[in-house]
Design a protein around this ligand. Sequence first.
Ligand SMILES: Nc1ncnc2c1ncn2[C@@H]1O[C@H](COP(=O)(O)OP(=O)(O)OP(=O)(O)O)[C@@H](O)[C@H]1O
Length: 279
Amino acid sequence: MSETCNQTCSSCSEDCAERKEKKVDFSERMNEMSNIKKVIGVVSGKGGVGKSLVTSMLAVAMSRMGYHAAILDADVTGPSIPKAFGIKQKASGSELGLLPVKTQTNIDVMSINLLLEKDSDPVVWRGPIISGTVKQFWTDVIWGDVDFMFIDMPPGTGDVPLTVFQSIPVDGIIVVTSPQELVSMIVSKAVKMAEMMNIPIIGLVENMSYFKCPDNGKDYQIFGESHIEEIADKHNLKVLAKLPIDPKISDACDKGIIEFYDGNWLEPVAKILVNMGGN
Ligand SMILES: Nc1ncnc2c1ncn2[C@@H]1O[C@H](COP(=O)(O)OP(=O)(O)OP(=O)(O)O)[C@@H](O)[C@H]1O
């Protein structure tokens, strides 16, 4: 039995001798016209820490390295991926399935906002409908050949992350944090969830880590001192990257040109993903 066992055998995928209920296979088959080599989940403990930004920048980094990247936007009630890439068109489909929309640099995206008539329409749905939508993004979208798919997860450890981890074969998780968060508790929750789901954590990305003053070149820790290294050590995890607060980032997201933003902090992460395979 795992140290973190909370006796919920039905949603746990660990193989252990003390299991009280049979392991249920919730896995869903990807669309038969899809061939996705690696799936990376991007999670955060709370909203607004830059999870969608990190998801977008990771897809851009892989694409710049010559890999075919895709983003499945599982943040159904707060989808921000289409806006960051400036996608205006809607997704199309046929009886065979839905087609993702391509960004200007050929990253495939599927998001609820590509299906709604107006992207300002709120999604006021119950949990099971939202989870069902995310599953359909896996089963009913014709993704074609994809080297790396990034799943932008809603914040926290709720219904949708659970559905994603149980139904989609996620190869690894990247946890996005920011210095002002209750990082230790949040990382612990993510680590425990990943353990229950038997999914490896690739590492941590700290966003809004510091601000580089353009006048004197000094770094300022706006949200206070970072404790990310200690927390990573405690859980035996790697700190993969630290991103600064950069007004050019928010400007690029607002203008829908994140693909053309030149920050390369996530290149080392992209290299780690390449070593995991995907081609
Ligand atoms: N390092 C940064 N520098 C400047 N602005 C940033 C940075 N990171 C994120 N932002 C801005 O903060 C806002 C929130 O970012 P983002 O949507 O990526 O967060 P999130 O964690 O995905 O939020 P949610 O959980 O609500 O989906 C965006 O407007 C984004 O442009």
